[in-house]
Ligand binder design. Structure first.
Ligand code: HEC
Ligand code: HEC
Ligand code: HEC
Length: 86
């Protein structure tokens, strides 16, 4: 029982430290944070200043290196409007 409680605590903590699985953004964008953590790997690629909210996040950043720019660079992930804005 003690192990179970300890395990639960670890899982719950990981939940907050790693952030939400899917983040709902403006204009119908669903950002699969968890999938990106797996495919991108390094948190710092997106969180230069450490995990958490990204200062000033919005259209400018999203259409630049925050989302679209990376997809264009890697030739992976959507770069057309309707593939992000469902
Ligand atoms: C592909 C880009 C990307 C990667 C990689 C990434 N994140 Fe995020 N993360 C975001 C974005 C975008 C947000 C939302 C930022 C905002 O709303 O200001 C976010 C939000 C968060 C939050 C804020 C809480 C929440 O859920 O809203 C935490 C904590 C977080 N990320 C942790 C991590 C950690 C830890 C890693 C590495 C294991 C990671 N992120 C990898 C893009 C990324
Ligand atoms: C550092 C690089 C990087 C950044 C930044 C990034 N992505 Fe991606 N994204 C990827 C890669 C790589 C894939 C393809 C994963 C695969 O096919 O295995 C992908 C796939 C996707 C997909 C299609 C698959 C899915 O998860 O539904 C969507 C939608 C998407 N990204 C949205 C976003 C949004 C919205 C943002 C910004 C909040 C963002 N991405 C930021 C690298 C990035
Ligand atoms: C890689 C994914 C992606 C692509 C491609 C993309 N967008 Fe976006 N767009 C976003 C994200 C993420 C936001 C910011 C959402 C937020 O602030 O929560 C955004 C924000 C916007 C906004 C501002 C919404 C608001 O209320 O502030 C508009 C308008 C917009 N996009 C239109 C477009 C158009 C038109 C295209 C095609 C030319 C396009 N987007 C391509 C992801 C994308």
């Amino acid at each position: 029982m003690k192990t179970l409680v300890a395990l639960f605590a670890v899982v719950a903590f990981a939940g907050t430290a790693f952030g939400a699985d899917v983040i709902e953004m403006k204009k119908g964008v669903k950002f699969n944070h968890k999938a990106h953590q797996a495919s991108v790997g390094d948190c710092k690629k997106c969180h230069e200043k450490g995990p958490g909210k990204i200062a000033g996040f919005g259209k400018e950043i999203a259409h630049g290196k925050g989302c679209k720019g990376c997809h264009a660079d890697l030739k992976k992930g959507p770069t057309s409007c309707k593939d992000c804005h469902k």
